[in-house]
Design a protein around this ligand. Structure first.
Ligand code: DGP
Length: 134
């Protein structure tokens, strides 16, 4: 039997952060979402914006989640302003699935900034492609 989507997923670290069971440096919280600092930052500012309800990945978003997705993206914009990276520029990314580099199976938007970011959005090598197909 599948688990209702609004329940926290057992063993999901981001659900545990959302419910306060695991600590995190929170930047924002409301009834729909939480934003907190990434534990392994890739830039001086690296914040993760997650929905409170468990959605495994962007690939699992349904039409009912459209408003939530808009709110989360808007929150990235607002956080960028509050964290003083709006004028210099920043990046919002979503990794989806194995080849997309998603490690934590709970949807999250990465907000990155505070330094010039590399122009390369993706990095792959022929060797990595061959290994992945094995
Ligand atoms: P992704 O590769 O898109 O699934 O990114 C997952 C990010 O989550 C990664 O940058 C590290 C971060 N992360 C993993 N575990 C924790 C945690 O327990 N706390 C916090 N704050 N961040 C975490």
């Amino acid at each position: 039997m599948s688990r209702p989507k609004k329940q926290p997923a057992k063993d999901c670290i981001f659900c545990q952060i959302a419910t306060g069971k695991l600590p995190a440096s929170k930047r924002f919280e409301d009834r729909d979402m939480v934003a907190f600092d990434d534990i392994h930052p890739h830039a001086p500012i690296h914040v993760l914006v997650i929905p409170k309800k468990h959605i495994t990945s962007l690939a699992d978003v349904t039409p009912k989640d459209k408003e939530l997705m808009g709110k989360m993206l808007y929150r990235c914009k607002e956080l960028a302003r509050q964290l003083n990276i709006a004028d210099s520029g920043y990046r919002v990314t979503v990794n989806v699935g194995k080849w997309g580099g998603q490690v934590v199976p709970h949807l999250h938007f990465h907000l990155l900034g505070g330094a010039p970011l590399t122009e390369r959005l993706s990095l792959y090598t022929e060797a990595a492609v061959l290994l992945a197909k094995e």
